[in-house]
Each structure stands twice: as structure tokens, then as C-alpha cells.
Design a protein around this ligand. Structure first.
Ligand SMILES: *Cc1c(COP(=O)(O)O)cnc(C)c1O
Length: 508
């Protein structure tokens, strides 16, 4: 057989039915065996058999965010199948779940249901997001879900960093960035792209031709990957020269239509909003509250990993500020449904070069001023006009929260120190660690407090700034913890001299 024939025979012929992949077979059986009648009382708590619940018992819809934050009932709501990003008054929307329906099942039921799904291959529940499907997007058909089995990330006991630098024994780093595209944006993107996938299969007068986003890097990487997996066109607006090479290469490799625009993130955001109001392109920015439903599962997962013990503090780096709210929402939902009886205090950590929330907090929540963000190594949070400002303020006020900031030197030093204890974190996690260091120094976070720092992206996406730091090539920065490689001649004696010298300094 000629090579081209062989190649053709490997390609799928649209006329011959192909056998479904293994997870399709799993899907069918899963759906069959989970179709059972609902327990009638709220004391359903004996899952000696694997927990089950019927399909389509739960539901969710969009409501104006301010009806939630001001706790005023509203008649305004939209189906999640509608393409709508703003309320009638132009405010943010929020996904509201039918909590009464969820409450028919007690905390014990939910805990064992979630626990039963961890680490399995059953579609789609093996994903850390879809293992909480009933709390995320309850009505979507499993066959419409686009997932890379994101989530289920390591909650790392940062023993050495905690003990050595902070006299803490109960410090944890939630490595959300060890994920399919290297950032925690995967958590929300699987939800958004799944919903778009469903909408595109539904009959509509204006079918969605694609999905678009403005991005500081990680959102576009996640969007492109999930869209590519589902064969949905993705269009990304990136600020020219403001994101790392590793972030830029991802949407390119995944086949997105990439527009490099000579502006900053806030400029890209304005443009994509205008474009998506003109064209049937679905907006994938976190203005879209669907994404936050996925992001919130990281909070639920933290509680689950601690066997439903509530940590004292959770520190999240913030830029566009959807995520600080998503964490709040995840924790709050666990409290409302009785899985825990309190929520952690939240800390939002900002780069000093992009700190409008910090300034607002420091003014006693007096006046908010969007700003022009300056360049920061924490490029994913280089945002001066955060879309989710209202969400963040609500989350912080209701969690006795705090906002901290980190200068470029502080965040790079914190990153270097963390790396020297065996982690390999991104600059945003450096911002969060700086907040922790400051709050430890001021005594607000105590040595015995159980504290979780959310690590939001993989360090390997940000190698250039690490190289510059360790070569002490950053302007106006001492790079105090740089570990500079030693240049040595190809000579045994020279190498022995250098090594002996090194071993002496280590011994002293
Ligand atoms: C998006 C992002 C954040 C911040 O999330 P916001 O919701 O924009 O506040 C932090 N770190 C990384 C790596 C991100 O990609």
C-alpha cells in the first residue's frame, strides 16, 4: 500500500460509521445507571451504594448580579441558552442555581458523591469541574461537554517554605496551574466552551460562528485549546508585546485566529465587546459569568481535599477580579448546602503596578478609580479597569477579606524563594506569596493559621523573567536571591576549585 493510501485509510471516512471512543461507551452506561427516581426526603444520607440522582432535577439561570449582592428579589432572569452578558440595566450577570432543589440532598450525599468521582475515568465526572456538575451546569448533556479532565490539582503542603520563611506549619499551595494549558483558566473554559458547543447544536436563527476573547495570555490559551478540541473557531485579541512567548504560542499552535493589537488588555477588552455585539461571536471573557461556575470548583476542591475542614485563609492573585468572587462563590455554596459551617477569609493580592482594587480597599471602599496598569511580570493580572470589580468587592466584604499588593521586586523575590524550596511558581503566585509574607509580618495571619495560596499558572509559562532574575538582568532590581550559573573552563583543576569553594560556603 502506498504511503498516501495508508494515510487516507487512517483518516475517517464520513460514510463509514466509526466506533465511538471508550469514553462514549462509558457515557451511555453512566447515563443509564444514574437515571433513578429522586429521594423524597432531605435526609437522604445512606449512599452505601454509589450515590445517584436523577437527570434534570437541578437547574440554573442568569440573574442580575446586583440582585444577589443587594439581596433583592428580581423577576429578571435569562436561560443559560440565551446569548446575554449584561443585565437590562447594563450590570453584571450571575449564574443562580436552584438551591432548594440541591438542598433536597443533604451534605453527606454531596460529599460522598463528589468523593466517589475523584480520579475516575467516567465521562465527564473524572474532571475536577464536572465532578461537581450538578453545582456547575446541571442541565447540560454529558455528550455536549468539552473537557480535558481539568481540575483535581495538587494541594501542596509547602512545608519548607512555610517553616523556613514564615514560621508556619500549615501552609498550602493549591497548584491550579498544573493543568491542561498551564493555568487555572481551564476550569472556567471547559464550562463556557461546553455551553457554546451545546448552543451550536441547537437550532437558532443566528448560529454562533465562533468564540472570542481578549486576553492577557492564559484565557486565550485555554479558549483555543478547548475550542480546537470541539472544532469551534476561536478568535483571540492579544495586546502586542505584553504576554510571554509561551502564552502566545498556545493559541497559535491550537489554530486560533490570533489578532495582535497595539494596545493593552483593557483596550483589547473594549474592542472585543464591540465586536461581539455586532457579530455572532460568543464572548469568552469573565464578564461572561459561565466561566466563574467552573473556576469556583477550585474552592470546593480545596475543602474536599481538607476533608471538609475550612482553612483560615485563602489568598488569590487578582486582575480582572472574577476569580476572587468565584472562590467566594464556591466556598459560600458549600456553606449554604451544609458541607461546611463557615468560609475562609479571602485575600486578594494585586501587583502594585496594577492595583485599582488595592487603592479602593485602602480608601475604605470609598471611591473606585480605574487606572492605567503599568507593566508587571505578573502579566496575567496587568489590568487597570477590572470587569468584575463589583463581584470582588462583594466577595471581600462578605468574607472579612483583605487586599494586599506586591511590588515587582517583592513578587520576583517571593517567587525565587518559593522556587528555592522546590516549587516552580509563576509571578502571579509570587504576588500571592508576597501578600502572605506581609500579612504574616504584620501578625494578621498567625503562625498556626491554615493558609492556602492559590497558584494560578505553571511556572514554565514564565521562564524568561526567571532567567532574567537569576542572571541579575532586571533593571532597578537587586535580584537578591539570584542563583547565577558559574562559568568554568573545561579543566579539572578549575572545576575542583569552584566546587571546593562552593562546598565551603555551604558548610559554613
Ligand atoms: C486570570 C489570571 C489571574 C487572575 O484572575 P482574575 O479573575 O482576572 O482576577 C491570576 N493569575 C493568572 C495566571 C491568571 O491567568
Amino acid at each position: 500500500m502506498a504511503a498516501s493510501q495508508l494515510f487516507n485509510s487512517l483518516l475517517c471516512n464520513p460514510n463509514t460509521p466509526i466506533s465511538p471512543p471508550p469514553h462514549h461507551q462509558l457515557r451511555r452506561t453512566t447515563i443509564k445507571c444514574t437515571t433513578t427516581s429522586p429521594p423524597s426526603s432531605s435526609t437522604f444520607n445512606t449512599p452505601s451504594v454509589p450515590p445517584r440522582q436523577p437527570l434534570n432535577l437541578f437547574s440554573a439561570k442568569y440573574v442580575p448580579f446586583n440582585s444577589i449582592s443587594s439581596n433583592t428579589p428580581t423577576s429578571e432572569s435569562y436561560s443559560l441558552d440565551e446569548v446575554v452578558y449584561r443585565s437590562s440595566s447594563g450590570g453584571l450577570l450571575d449564574v443562580q442555581h436552584d438551591v432548594a432543589a440541591l438542598k433536597q440532598f443533604d451534605a453527606h450525599y454531596w460529599k460522598s458523591l463528589f468523593d466517589s468521582r475523584v480520579g475516575k475515568t467516567t465521562w465527564p465526572y473524572g474532571s475536577g469541574v464536572w465532578s461537581k456538575k450538578e453545582w456547575v451546569l446541571p442541565e447540560i448533556d454529558s455528550d455536549d461537554i468539552v473537557s480535558a479532565f481539568e481540575g483535581n490539582t495538587n494541594l501542596f503542603w509547602a512545608e519548607r517554605f512555610g517553616k523556613k520563611y514564615l514560621e508556619m506549619n500549615d501552609l498550602w499551595v493549591k497548584h491550579c496551574g498544573i493543568s491542561h494549558t498551564g493555568s487555572f483558566k481551564d476550569l472556567g473554559m471547559t464550562v463556557l466552551v461546553s455551553q457554546v458547543n451545546k448552543l451550536r447544536k441547537m437550532k437558532s436563527s443566528t448560529p454562533l460562528v465562533g468564540v472570542g476573547c481578549a486576553s492577557t495570555g492564559d484565557t486565550s490559551a485555554a479558549l483555543s485549546a478547548y475550542c480546537a478540541a470541539a472544532n469551534i473557531p476561536s478568535i483571540v485579541f492579544l495586546p502586542a508585546n505584553k504576554i510571554s512567548m509561551a502564552q502566545l504560542v498556545q493559541p497559535i499552535a491550537n489554530g486560533a485566529f490570533v489578532l495582535s493589537i497595539d494596545t493593552d488588555f483593557d483596550g483589547c477588552m473594549r474592542l472585543i465587546r464591540e465586536v461581539t455585539s455586532e457579530l455572532p461571536i460568543y464572548l469568552a471573557n469573565s464578564l461572561n459569568s459561565l466561566r466563574l461556575e467552573g473556576q469556583k470548583t477550585a474552592a470546593i476542591e480545596i475543602l474536599q481535599q481538607f476533608d471538609w475542614e475550612v482553612p483560615d485563609w485563602v489568598i488569590v492573585p487578582g486582575g480582572n477580579l472574577g476569580n476572587i468572587y468565584a472562590f467566594y462563590k464556591g466556598f459560600k455554596m458549600c456553606q449554604e448546602l451544609g458541607l461546611v459551617d463557615e468560609i475562609p477569609r479571602l485575600v486578594c493580592a494585586q501587583a502594585a503596578n496594577a492595583n485599582p482594587l488595592y487603592l479602593y480597599y485602602k480608601s475604605g471602599w470609598n471611591e473606585f478609580h480605574p487606572s492605567k496598569a503599568s507593566k508587571t511580570f505578573a502579566s496575567a493580572i496587568q489590568i487597570g479597569d477590572p470587569v468584575s470589580i463589583d463581584r470582588a468587592v462583594f466577595a471581600l466584604k462578605n468574607s472579612n477579606g483583605i487586599v494586599e499588593e506586591a511590588t515587582e521586586e517583592e513578587l520576583m523575590d517571593a517567587m525565587a524563594l518559593a522556587d528555592s524550596t522546590g516549587m516552580f511558581i509563576c509571578p502571579h503566585t509570587g504576588v500571592a506569596l508576597t501578600a502572605l509574607i506581609k500579612l504574616r509580618k504584620s501578625g494578621i495571619i498567625r503562625p498556626t493559621d491554615r493558609t492556602v495560596v492559590v497558584s494560578t499558572a505553571h511556572g514554565l509559562k514564565f521562564t524568561q523573567c526567571k532567567i532574567d532574575y537569576h542572571s541579575k538582568e532586571i533593571k532597578d532590581m537587586a535580584c537578591r536571591f539570584a542563583n547565577t550559573p558559574v562559568q568554568v573552563k573545561d579543566d579539572f583543576g578549575a572545576i575542583m576549585d569552584v566546587l571546593n569553594n562552593y562546598l565551603d560556603t555551604r558548610a559554613s
